[in-house]
Ligand binder design. Structure first.
Ligand code: ADP
Length: 262
């Protein structure tokens, strides 16, 4: 669970890094567009004098932009998933203290994890990050006070519902994070999974939280759903596929997996 806090801090750093890269990339594009405009004007005037210089400048900037995107791609490929049979209830309970600290004393945390929850197949560390991200969003939506509920449930997706959600029909485990906060307007919901989309003041939001949650869920064969009413609150549900059999005990003794004494 402490890992998750470190991950959250790393996420902030990632946000700054990618924000910085995007800024550099944009500067390079501005240089390229400027050189092309100049070339265009000179060509129109029939002045072919030092065209080579501008072409070389544009070419150099394009090369540097390509190097930047390669760096970004190499970085994002590092975030590979390591799916394991995971006990979601154990994971949620393992995170409860950390979540309480993350949301602060003005928000009440309710944890509801019914017995007989199916085992799910996903990367438990990425799931911890996702849960922490959702709870931090919920906290930000409840500046004064409120209730944060984290609940798990078995969920069977029939053909019609699965089709509507672009999922495979079958058994899933649902992780629901509900708050009594500001809620989200439909146009915010529509863009919420976009990387870098944020409504938070500059320096406070990276706009990466929900896009990472979405990427994780989709890569895991699951889905994310947002239900929100402005002025009332938001519920975000992550669906993850069920995995037959017992949750694994992490070789590192990580407490995400099912406890030995169950
Ligand atoms: P960030 O939190 O850095 O802004 P996210 O991708 O996590 O980035 O969220 C994108 C936007 O979605 C937020 O800026 C906010 O407007 C909205 N949002 C996310 N979660 C909630 C929530 N629980 N309540 C209200 N709005 C939310």
């Amino acid at each position: 669970a402490e890992d998750a806090l470190r991950q959250a801090q790393k996420m902030e750093a990632v946000g700054q890094l990618t924000g910085g890269l995007a800024h550099d990339f944009n500067n390079l594009l501005t240089g390229i567009v400027g050189s092309l405009d100049l070339l265009h004007r000179r060509a129109a005037q029939g002045r072919y004098g030092d065209m080579d210089r501008y072409i070389a400048a544009a070419r150099g900037a394009a090369d540097r932009a390509a190097a930047l995107t390669h760096r970004l791609l190499a970085f994002s490929r590092q975030q590979t998933l390591d799916p394991r049979p995971t006990d979601l209830n154990a994971l949620v309970h393992g995170m409860a203290d950390l979540l309480r600290r993350a949301i602060g004393p003005h928000i009440t945390l309710e944890v509801d994890t019914p017995d007989a929850l199916w085992t799910t197949l996903c990367d438990p560390h990425q799931l911890e990050n996702a849960l922490l991200n959702l709870c931090i969003n919920a906290r930000d939506a409840m500046p004064r006070s409120g209730r944060l509920s984290v609940a798990t449930a078995n969920s069977r997706m029939d053909a019609a519902e699965a089709k509507a959600r672009d999922m495979v029909p079958g058994p899933y485990v649902a992780l629901r994070v509900a708050d009594t906060g500001t809620g989200m307007a439909p146009e915010v919901i529509a863009r919420a999974f976009e990387p870098f989309f944020t409504t938070k003041p500059q320096g406070q939001g990276t706009g990466l939280g929900l896009s990472m949650v979405y990427g994780f869920a989709r890569q895991s064969g699951g889905q994310v759903r947002i239900d929100s009413t402005p002025g009332r609150g938001t519920t975000v549900t992550i669906y993850l596929p069920r995995c037959e059999g017992e949750a694994e005990i992490d070789p590192g003794g990580h407490r995400l997996a099912a406890p030995l004494t169950a």
